[in-house]
Design a protein around this ligand. Structure first.
Ligand code: B12
Ligand code: SF4
Ligand code: SF4
Length: 262
């Protein structure tokens, strides 16, 4: 079964696929998988190469590349879920690349329903690097994941045992926010202010100021660039303005020539 699932994914254009037994998924801060799907037995994780547009200093182009991967990954997740149900009679539930996600005071919008890094690691698709991102053996750091929860029992992949981070600390030096200074922890607040300057923090500041403003100040605020950028992020979703840890890591900068097929 595993071979044909992987073949199906690679034929869709997915870069790699790994499988983990649900019991091997361990993410201390994320919800238990059976709160999402009580019968879950396996997690199918798909890996997609981040486009080179992340190298551009034009943030619209960099983000557009991410939107492409996200749109593609949605289609692949849907098709893979249908394949698992149609071919093997399983139940399959796809989880998104980034959002929708729980937006509550408990999670502060920073915890996914399924932690895709922990899922990818359990499925043998890589290991954590100094930047707290998963490094894939062939795709390097430039990789994005989605996962499908299923009640099918599929043979798990063995964990990746290679040490892929070369401890050069380039990611730490290139982080404009100092969010990676402490090992094994990303300072979410610092990262967010740099990577999503028109995200929820700015939105709260903007609307709080707006609420206290005079009619003249309010008119001026909605004609300002801050509002325009928030307006755009409001309908495209999270809009990243920083890719430094992902693009500066030497792992994955070269275009991979060999197939990721095992
Ligand atoms: C919310 C979120 C964010 C938030 C919060 C990040 C955070 N601390 O978790 C913010 C906005 C800050 C963010 C930033 C980024 N994100 Co983000 N994000 C997510 C999201 C939606 C949920 C993450 C989550 O659940 N975190 C909560 C739990 C898992 O974190 P945690 O248990 O505290 O674990 C943290 C540490 O303890 C450490 N850690 C845990 N165990 C271990 C073990 C070892 C050995 C080590 C070294 C570290 C370590 O790693 C985590 C980092 O803080 C995921 C998608 C998803 N559903 O998983 C994408 C995701 C993690 N993001 C991703 C990316 C690429 C980014 C950015 C580069 C932004 C961009 N331009 O794309 C930055 C990178 C920041 C960084 N270097 O850590 C990718 C990572 C891909 C990869 N190759 O690993 C993901 C998986 C999206 C995807 N579909 O692929 N993100
Ligand atoms: S996305 Fe930017 S701000 Fe956030 S950790 Fe990476 S380099 Fe730092
Ligand atoms: S930039 Fe260097 S230290 Fe950072 S994750 Fe990549 S290899 Fe490791």
């Amino acid at each position: 079964m595993k071979k044909s699932i992987k073949e199906f994914a690679l034929n869709l254009g997915v870069d790699d696929l790994g499988v983990a037994a649900a019991a091997d998924y361990q993410s201390p801060r994320s919800p238990k998988l059976d709160t999402i799907f009580p019968g879950v037995k396996s997690i199918v994780v798909m890996a997609y190469k981040e486009p080179s547009s992340c190298e551009s200093s034009n943030m619209q182009i960099a983000m557009s590349g991410r939107l492409d991967v996200m749109a593609f990954s949605r289609s692949c997740s849907y098709r893979m879920s249908r394949f698992l149900e149609r071919e093997y009679g399983g139940t399959a539930m796809a989880t998104p690349a980034s959002y929708p996600m729980e937006m509550s005071m408990e999670t502060m919008g920073s915890i996914g329903d399924v932690s895709l890094r922990h899922a990818a690691i359990a499925a043998g698709l890589g290991v954590f690097g100094r930047h707290n991102l998963v490094i894939h053996p062939k795709l390097g750091t430039r990789v994005i994941f989605t996962a499908i929860l299923t009640d099918l029992e599929i043979a798990s992949d063995s964990p990746c045992t290679e040490e892929l981070c070369i401890h050069c600390d380039v990611c730490v030096e290139q982080c404009p926010a100092g969010a990676l200074d402490e090992e094994n922890r990303t300072d979410v607040g610092k990262c967010l202010r740099s990577s999503q300057p028109y995200g929820i923090g700015n939105s709260i500041r903007f609307w709080s100021k707006f609420a206290d403003g005079t009619p003249e100040e309010k008119k001026k605020m909605v004609k300002g660039v801050d509002f325009w950028r928030m307006y755009q992020a409001g309908f495209i979703g999270f809009q990243y303005f920083c890719w430094n840890c992902m693009k500066s890591c030497p792992m994955g900068q070269k275009q991979e020539k060999a197939s990721t097929q095992k």
